[in-house]
Write a new protein. Structure first.
Length: 164
């Protein structure tokens, strides 16, 4: 059996306002726990802020893992390097086109009103390494694969996958 296996891990950039909110929650947790040694009700607020800070940490420290195995792209969300959750599974047969974000191959798809999902780092680099694919005529997916992943996809579907 001849299977192609490629794995790629991308860290998502955390917005500044979420970093500040996380710092605020940790600060409030410490403050209310210290005050909680004197007043018991303040300790309950400290615990509540601590739980909120934990969940904020899980939701801001995200990585996306792309796993390509035999014409199937799986996207997993890794939260704070402790929890993993499968987000989506895409079949290469149902993809209409795969191309870089600024590719001229996507000109025919610009006026479509598809639901957009972003599984990239949300960071525009020079040169831009993000790719877009349209899935089943209803979804636009932005992701950030490495060269090996694009080569594996292009080997299977050379008329759908473009590198420009």
């Amino acid at each position: 059996m001849n299977e192609t296996y490629v794995e790629c891990l991308i860290k998502r950039k955390t917005p500044t306002h979420l970093k500040m909110l996380k710092i605020l929650l940790v600060t409030l947790t410490v403050f209310f726990v210290l005050v909680g040694f004197l007043l018991i009700p303040a300790l309950l607020f400290g615990i509540a802020f601590g739980v909120a800070a934990y969940f904020m940490h899980l939701s801001t420290e995200l990585e996306y893992e792309y796993l390509y195995v035999d014409k199937e792209l799986t996207v997993d969300k890794v939260m704070a390097k402790t929890k993993r959750k499968r987000i989506a599974v895409f079949s290469l047969d149902k993809m209409e086109i795969v191309a870089p974000v600024n590719s001229w191959h996507l000109d025919n798809y610009k006026n479509r009103n598809d639901k957009t999902v972003d599984y990239s780092s949300r960071e525009v680099k020079q040169p831009d390494t993000r790719y877009v694919f349209y899935y089943e005529g209803r979804q636009k997916v932005i992701f950030e694969p490495n060269e090996d992943l694009i080569k594996a996809m292009q080997f299977v579907a050379p008329r759908k996958v473009f590198k420009d």
